[in-house]
Design a protein around this ligand. Structure first.
Ligand SMILES: [Zn+2]
Length: 259
């Protein structure tokens, strides 16, 4: 359900021209933007504006959240919304920006802040909670998708997963045959990756962290799908097809067959 006042507010927001200096941030900091067809660029601009306006933005550890940071983060998150708005990540009310890798309270410890995450993190997504991001990592990966990692895509993919039960039940794809394939396909590739990691085998598309659970596997798959689509399609044709049906995009086309 979408409230009428919210729809009106969004329409007014998008009726204003896109701030021209924001385009500079997009061009410099979001490498995907230049690769997209114009209709998709317009969609990224619109979705980014809604995300910027509707989330609360917080800086930590000395960060003052600038417009550049908001545009750079929101536009990368908007890549996940090219095929549908997904409620603009409705359960996410807050985005928290750290200057660099950070340690945070962990759920297993009841979010007590006397025990921080053991490993410093570049990003974190909390179910029905905030997205936390390290700005230096956001900028580096936004400017260069070649490494295949993108912390913004990763954390916001987690949020879609939490909200829509993708790893738990599978998505609504409007196609019963495809929907029936989602759970078995992700489960079997996850299990294979678990075995590979246990055996010490490397993988250019999935990190060892992706073997932690199926949520991590899905978030990592989304990153590789968006950042190294040609290789991902070759190595995991079925996952590529399912993610293309879910996100309703074909990123291999953007990169002209490369990556
Ligand atoms: Zn993760």
């Amino acid at each position: 359900m979408l409230f009428a006042w919210l729809r009106t507010r969004r329409r007014r927001l998008l009726a204003d021209p896109f701030p021209h200096w924001w385009t500079g941030h997009l061009t410099r900091n979001v490498a995907h933007f230049a690769l997209l067809p114009e209709a998709s660029r317009a969609r990224v601009r619109d979705a980014a504006r809604v995300i910027i306006a509707e989330k609360r933005w917080h800086g930590r550890e000395g960060v003052f959240v600038t417009e550049e940071m908001k545009v750079t983060i929101a536009a990368q998150a908007a890549l996940l919304l090219l095929g549908g708005d997904h409620g603009y990540f409705r359960p996410v009310k807050d985005v928290v920006v750290f200057p660099t890798e950070f340690r945070t309270p962990v759920r297993d410890d009841g979010w007590e802040d006397d025990r921080l995450s053991e490993v410093p993190l570049a990003g974190r997504a909390v179910d029905r909670g905030p997205v936390l991001l390290a700005w230096d990592e956001v900028l580096r990966e936004g400017r260069d998708p070649a490494g295949g990692q993108n912390v913004v895509i990763h954390e916001f993919a987690h949020q879609l997963d939490f909200d829509e039960g993708l790893s738990a039940d599978g998505p609504d794809l409007g196609d019963a045959a495809l929907e029936a394939r989602w759970r078995p396909a992700f489960a079997s590739h996850f299990e294979r990756h678990e075995r590979d990691v246990a055996a010490g085998l490397g993988n250019p598309l999935f990190t060892p962290h992706a073997a932690d659970d199926e949520y991590e596997f899905f978030a990592n798959a989304s990153e590789s799908f968006y950042c190294r689509p040609a290789l991902f399609r070759r190595r995991y044709p079925e996952l590529y097809q399912l993610l293309a049906a879910y996100y309703r995009v074909d990123p291999a086309e953007w990169f002209g067959g490369g990556r």
